[in-house]
Design a protein. Structure first.
Length: 191
């Protein structure tokens, strides 16, 4: 996120392991260019997984407002960077989040913040999609939630099957987005 400087304490637990990886790769961890790499990698990994330390309640705070609005609210094209739990390589793309309020609305910026909580950890795309939808159902108690994630997986691009143009699309529909076909279609059309 825009205010996401590399946070998360460097405890030093990971850096020695990275030194081991460098040696295992046949590199010389003592050469000048690599001297600070273990600490850099630890700091970077702590940032890329800082979602473990965040809760949805903290992210939303008190930004829930009583409002008699019963139409669909969509925040689309939320950029997302996550890491696949199988290869620890990035997957990244866009998240589209919609909900229909039930007496209260949420501060719009909180929707990308909820995405960050679940993206910034080791993930599979399906679980990320489901977790964002479930969390919003729990906290907003809306009429329904729809979440669509479109992502490219580096583990399918720079290694493995090496497909450069495939996108994976996942969705999670809750409440009226699941029960009412017209609502679901309106959401998908507005994307
Ligand atoms: N369902 C799902 N699979 C994922 C995701 N990210 C990576 N994968 C897949 O996880 C699978 C792991 O398969 P394995 O056969 O255990 O690992 P692998 O030998 O490295 O597989 P290849 O990538 O096919 O070389 C691969 O098919 C990946 O494409 C994800 O977000 N969701
Ligand atoms: Zn992977």
């Amino acid at each position: 996120m825009a205010d996401g400087t590399e946070q998360g304490g460097v405890t030093g637990e990971i850096a020695p392991l990275v030194r081991g990886i460098l040696a295992g790769l046949g590199e010389n961890p003592e050469r000048e260019g690599l001297l600070k790499t273990p600490e850099r990698v630890e700091k970077s990994l702590r940032f890329l997984t800082h979602g473990y330390g965040l809760t949805v309640q903290d992210a939303i705070g008190d930004a829930l407002f009583e409002e008699d609005h019963h139409n669909m609210v969509i925040v689309r094209d939320i950029e997302m960077y996550s890491m696949c739990e199988h290869h620890m390589l990035p997957f990244f793309g866009k998240v589209h989040v919609a909900y229909i309020p039930n007496g209260r609305i949420v501060g719009l910026s909180k929707l990308p913040r909820v995405v960050e909580i679940f993206a910034r950890r080791l993930q599979v795309q399906e679980r990320l999609t489901e977790q964002v939808a479930s969390a919003l159902m729990d906290v907003l108690e809306p009429q329904g939630v729809g979440v669509v994630v479109e992502a490219a997986h580096l583990c399918m691009m720079m290694r493995g099957v090496e497909k450069q143009n495939s996108k994976t699309v996942t969705s999670a529909m809750k409440g009226v987005f699941l029960d009412d076909r017209a609502t679901r279609e309106e959401f998908l059309r507005l994307l």
